[in-house]
Design a protein around this ligand. Structure first.
Ligand SMILES: Cc1cc2nc3c(=O)[nH]c(=O)nc-3n(C[C@H](O)[C@H](O)[C@H](O)COP(=O)(O)OP(=O)(O)OC[C@H]3O[C@@H](n4cnc5c(N)ncnc54)[C@H](O)[C@@H]3O)c2cc1C
Length: 1158
């Protein structure tokens, strides 16, 4: 179990000093650490969140080792990525049932956290939540927590393989979400079908073919489960259409009634939404593996393509070279427990390691004494402190300069291009004190040689944290992630003695990762992607996979070098961001030694023994390569291995890339200088990493380079054209450059894709609904949502939201009509995905203008407004609004307006992902009821005819209907005209035509009512079936002994299990029935009353059955209550009446009843 309730909450602060970057090794010069611990040791309460100081050092000097006692429940919530209050996503889905949802959620999370090795299924959760009444809510909460990755994450022993085994329960649940899709799809197929030739079977086959790209066993099972439903839908639509009902109003009426009976459309994505879809994941590092597992858990088929011959990416354990496993890449888990006060979760790899039972080292702690190699001794506490405080002040002044003096450079809105290295040098050259820097900022000249060397050690440390040279790091944003709420992971840091790769290998198990297959090209568009990969080694060769979506987790270094060709090329906003954000280098030199004859290592002896320290710092003689071996990990102290790991940061990180000639010798020279009074043998084994030269990494990890900003992490996270998704440490602003951050980014993209699939399934329904007269709306006009778009995903700052999106205005109540919410989300997501920031801004402005104009209809100059719109977003909004008005017959377009509309259709007709806009334009034309003469022989008419061969079925179909309508309209007009010659006849002819029309309308109305009646009857039949299933579930559950004497309304899935036949049908036991409302009231009672009522209800049942008489009733009551009355728990506990106790009491009563019968 990963949640630790007591933790060294400030270890992440400590990193500030040691790592420059919080996520690196937890280090602080020892003397300072000791002092701080003394100062802070009495603190024990969970401290409120303090504002984050700008400088890491400052933070450390006020922080310290604080043992925090956290509320375990809060720790559980924060550790799962939720919070002590509802997250925005939770609020949106469950806000109305907040209290109940919290209860349900907490129970599910608690249950999961008790044994994270086991998959938690829905049925179990319903049982766990027995007092929470509403199985539907439990199901919804379960789906939500599961998709959000709060439960059932990592690697579980019994993780179901959804591609192989779809149990009946899950299938039916999925089917429920799809009911709406099926309805809409059936209607659209039937509406455009030739009834002479169409059969119900044909429709069913088309329906199946249009759901998911491939024939999978799961899909067949799904449709088998849906068969009766589909049949009913086809019958009702065919019946409607064969009556020849063509009137718009009537059709709308039918559709509304028809669709309204289609379930909730899946407000929260169902856990089976990915069923049948294929997603390619590029890269089997932490991000790719986490993403692939999550997708697969929710029903997607996944192909993971990995260029290397191994999985894990920059998590790379070497098990061959040394006597023990050694991590050549990531080695430190940067937080093992939640920190409630700072809203920090723990690194999710901890869950995986816990699940596989991997051993972890003890917390690494914070001590890191610095040794001066030149003098061959340890730096004094005084020097440590002096230089540390100077460094702190330098960072403060640099940050002051960045925010003030460099302001002009940022006037254009972008980040300044100044770098940290030059700024620090400038400050030091300037000397003296700075108004913001406070005490201690002086010229380098004031420092002694050892002090200067220690200062350079701090430079190296900074370069280690950012994996870049000081002159490459942004002075303004280098610590951007600190400013994001909840950034970093909570708790202490540890390593994995068996190697961090254990976690990655476990995650890869069962995924069928295709190693040695490097992706070279990704072509995307038309709703699909083609991923081409090159087989490395062996016979080589190339292959292409066609899929529904792709997730690219290749490191930023590979993207920078354009290792993968995108077709069409990535848009500018994406590519420029890839080029801008930093991606640096860091390397390690690992040395293994033989212990001495006394069993001790040389570094455990002599005057400079570091036997007690897990890590120690080393200054450098050479002012140019101060990053070479600036820090050493004493693996003997960490995990008992006779190994030293030396780090190479900054400029020195590039030394091993050119072969690392003489690196070992240089290291030995340094070590011999430091441990001068002991014999230092040559290493038995040595190995240096070269991450920059590695073609699948091209460096170590991301950092905010001069000219970039934290926003770039968010932009890198955005998908391109909703088909190409991006994950990886470089897309996770809160915890970049960590394994945990990479995993969370992978989960995020999996969630995005799942939601997208869920929306896909509902989109046909939405389009049809959009043809219905718009309903009065609750709130908002969608303008504000534009940048909040995928709020399902943009959970707080986690979703890569640009500040613009965050700061977007709240939806205002302006327009009288707006499109349904789900549709809004879908379209909006589209726009966010393809637009550059400038286009976003333009779109936003135009949408807002459109809504404002439509709000005051009297002054609406439609033609003028149309002419002023430049963006697709603005035009889209206008057409939608015009459709709403046209439905009320309030829109008239002049010939020039029609020309403009024609031009828009032509402009977007073949543009990718604009079919919805073209569809809206056609819809508008249709609503205008144009006669043929307005179309025939005109440019507009030609355009509409051209749409009859459009790639999008819906556009095609609607264009056909538009032309058909126009012909009918002309006929109608001709009829009226034809009767007009003598003037009198015209009136009579018109009256006759009207009478005919009225009669036809009356007939159609009658038929619609009959159909409605039929639908209602079907609904009732379905409800009856549901009730039967409930009873079957009850019987089955009782048989299994999980529902002692009490009815629990089964969840959808559980119902299905019962229905699926395991339980068979048994008669419902009246004595045990109680409604959910009743249980709710019961749970509110005091325990005593609840127990008395329970005994009474059991006895009443026996009385009714004739098992006892009234005297026996009283006698038994007295005896039973007599036994329970004095029970200690009855006074002390609020939850006395657990199911176990109910069971016992029932048995006790049954015993008495039996005896009294005798
Ligand atoms: C030296 C070093 C030390 C580090 N120390 C720590 C640490 O102590 N703690 C910590 O949390 N993090 C540390 N990190 C960072 C951590 O390793 C990364 O943040 C993390 O591995 C990123 O995961 P990822 O999935 O985004 O990318 P990666 O782990 O790089 O995975 C990406 C995968 O994509 C594959 N790939 C690339 N191109 C292609 C292609 N064209 N086709 C197919 N596959 C491709 C790669 O082979 C790789 O397997 C360290 C990194 C380095 C280099």
């Amino acid at each position: 179990m990963a949640v630790l309730v007591e933790s060294d909450s400030d270890s992440e602060d400590v990193l500030a000093v040691a790592s420059g970057k919080r996520q690196r090794a937890a280090t602080v010069p020892t003397d300072m650490a000791a002092e701080e611990e003394d100062e802070e040791e009495d603190e024990e309460e969970d401290t409120p969140e303090e504002p984050k100081p700008k400088s890491r050092l400052r933070k450390t000097s006020t922080g310290g080792a604080v043992v925090v006692k956290q509320d375990p429940h809060h720790a559980l919530l924060v550790g799962s990525g939720l919070g002590t209050s509802l997250t925005p996503t939770e609020r949106r889905h469950f806000g109305r049932q907040e209290k109940k949802y919290r209860q349900v959620r907490d129970k599910i999370l608690t249950y999961w956290s008790q044994n994270e090795q086991k998959w938690v299924d829905l049925e179990r959760c319903v049982l766990e939540c027995e007092n929470e009444e509403d199985p539907e809510l439990v199901a919804k909460a379960y789906d939500f927590l599961s998709i959000e990755g709060c439960i059932n994450v990592g690697v579980m022993e019994d993780e179901p393989d959804f591609n192989a085994q779809w149990d009946a329960a899950r299938l039916l649940k999925t089917a429920k979400t799809l009911q709406r899709w099926v309805k809409a799809k059936v209607w659209s197929l039937i509406e455009s079908a030739d009834l002479e030739e169409t059969t119900a079977k044909g429709i069913r086959q088309q329906l199946e073919a249009s759901y998911g790209p491939n024939q999978t066993q799961a899909r067949s099972e799904l449709f088998a489960a849906l068969k009766p439903f589909v049949k009913a839908q086809i019958e009702s639509c065919l019946a409607f259409r064969s009556k020849g009902a063509t009137d718009e109003g009537e059709r709308n009426e039918f559709l509304r009634g028809y669709l309204e009976t289609g379930g909730d459309g899946g407000a929260v994505a169902d856990t089976g939404v990915g069923l049948g879809k294929l997603v390619v994941v590029v890269g089997a590092g932490p991000a790719g593996l986490a993403c692939a597992r999550h997708l697969r858990r929710h029903g997607c088929r996944v192909e993971v393509l990995e260029g290397r011959e191994r999985v894990g990416g920059r998590v790379a354990t070497d098990r061959d070279t040394f006597s023990v496993p050694v991590d050549l890449g990531a080695s430190i888990i940067t937080g093992v427990s939640a920190n409630v006060s700072r809203d920090m979760r723990y690194d999710p790899s901890v869950t995986v390691l816990g699940q596989i039972g991997a051993e972890l080292t003890e917390e690494l702690g914070r001590e890191c004494p610095i040794f001066d190699v030149v003098e061959g001794c340890r730096i004094s506490g005084e020097t440590d402190e002096k230089v540390a405080s100077l460094w702190d002040n330098l960072l403060n002044v640099a940050s002051y300069k960045a925010l003030n003096e460099y302001k002009s450079a940022r006037e254009g809105g972008g980040p300044g291009k100044e770098n940290l290295g030059e700024t620090i040098q400038e400050i030091l050259r300037g000397g003296g004190q700075n108004e913001e820097g406070g005490e201690g900022v002086r010229s380098e000249k004031d420092l002694s040689d050892p002090e200067l060397r220690v200062l350079r050690w701090f430079y190296a440390h900074q370069e280690y944290g950012c994996s870049a040279r000081m002159t490459e790091i942004s002075v303004e944003h280098w610590n951007d992630d600190e400013n994001v709420h909840g950034s970093g992971f909570g708790g202490g840091h540890v390593m994995v003695p068996g190697g961090y790769s254990e976690a990655m290998e476990a995650m890869a198990r069962g995924l069928g990762v295709r190693t040695g297959e490097a992706v070279t090209k990704i072509a995307y568009g038309e709703g699909r992607v083609e991923v081409t990969c090159e087989r490395r080694g062996g016979e080589g060769g190339e292959s292409t996979i066609v899929a529904d979506s792709v997730v690219v987790t290749a490191p930023l270094g590979c993207l920078k070098r354009r290792k993968i060709e995108f077709s069409p090329p990535l848009p500018d906003w994406k590519q420029s961001c890839i080029d801008r954000l930093g991606y640096g280098n860091l390397n390690k030199l690992v040395l293994e030694f033989e212990p001495g004859e006394d069993g001790r290592m040389f570094w455990e002896k002599g005057s400079n023994s570091v036997a007690e320290h897990r890590m120690f710092g080393l200054t450098s003689e050479d002012p140019e390569s101060y990053g070479r071996f600036f820090m050493a990990w004493n693996m003997r102290r960490v995990c008992g291995a006779p190994i030293l790991v030396l780090l190479l940061a900054g400029e020195a990180a590039y030394e091993p890339e050119s072969g690392g000639h003489g690196l070992d010798a240089k290291a030995m020279k340094v070590l011999r200088k430091l441990f001068h009074d002991v014999e230092v043998p040559d290493p038995t084994k040595a190995k240096a990493t070269a991450w920059l030269s590695d073609e699948f990494s091209n460096g170590s990890y991301s950092y905010v380079a001069a000219g970039a900003s934290g926003e770039d992490y968010n932009t890198l996270a955005l998908p391109v054209s909703s088909l190409v998704h991006f994950a990886g440490e470089h897309t996770w602003r809160k915890n970049p450059d960590t394994v945990g951050g990479a995993m969370l980014s992978g989960m995020r993209e999996a969630q995005n894709i799942l939601r997208m699939f869920a929306r896909d399934a509902a989109s046909v329904a939405e389009d049809l609904e959009a043809t219905l007269p718009a309903e009065e709306e609750e709130e908002g006009n969608g303008v504000g949502d534009l940048f909040q778009s995928d709020s399902d995903v943009s959970e707080g700052e986690e979703r890569a939201a640009t500040p613009k999106r965050k700061a977007a205005p709240k939806p205002k109540r302006t327009s009288p009509k707006k499109k349904p919410k789900k549709e809004r989300e879908k379209k909006i997501v589209g726009s966010v995905q393809y637009l550059s920031p400038q286009d976003h801004a333009l779109g936003k402005e135009e949408i807002s203008r459109v809504y404002k104009s439509f709000a005051s209809q009297e002054n609406l100059d439609l033609g003028g407004l149309m002419g002023s719109l430049k963006s697709l977003e603005g035009r889209r909004a206008l057409v939608k609004q015009a459709c709403a008005l046209a439905q009320q017959g309030k829109v008239v377009l002049t010939a020039s307006d029609l020309d403009l509309l024609n031009a828009w259709v032509l402009e977007y007709r073949d543009a990718p992902l604009c079919a919805d806009f073209v569809l809206s334009c056609v819809r508008l034309l249709r609503l205008l009821r144009l006669p043929s003469k307005d179309l025939e022989g005109t440019d507009l008419g030609d355009t509409v005819e051209g749409l009859l061969t459009h790639r999008d079925q819906k556009v095609k179909k609607l264009a056909g209907l538009l032309l058909q309508d126009a012909r009918r309209q002309t006929e109608r007009e001709a009829k009226v005209e034809g009767e007009r010659p003598d003037g009198a006849g015209a009136g009579a002819g018109a009256a006759e035509a009207k009478r005919e029309e009225d009669e036809a309308a009356a007939k159609r109305l009658e038929e619609a009512r009959r159909l409605e009646e039929e639908i209602r009857a079907r609904k009732e039949a379905a409800q009856r079936k549901h009730a039967e299933a409930s009873r079957a579930f009850q019987a089955a559950a009782e048989k299994m002994g999980v529902l002692p004497g009490e009815e629990r309304p089964p969840p959808a899935a559980a119902r299905a299990v019962a229905k699926g036949g395991s339980g068979g049908k048994r008669k419902r036991d009246k004595s045990s029935s109680s409604s959910s409302a009743k249980r709710s009231a019961e749970s509110n009672k005091r325990p005593k009353e609840a127990v008395i009522d329970f005994i009474k209800s059991e006895l009443k049942a026996a009385l009714q059955k004739g098992g006892i008489d009234k005297d026996a009733y009283k006698r038994i009551f007295k005896s039973v209550w007599g036994q329970l009355e004095g029970h200690k728990a009855l006074k002390e506990s609020q939850t006395f009446l657990t199911s176990e106790r109910r069971d016992k009491i029932s048995k006790l009563i049954a015993g008495y009843v039996q005896r009294s019968k005798k």
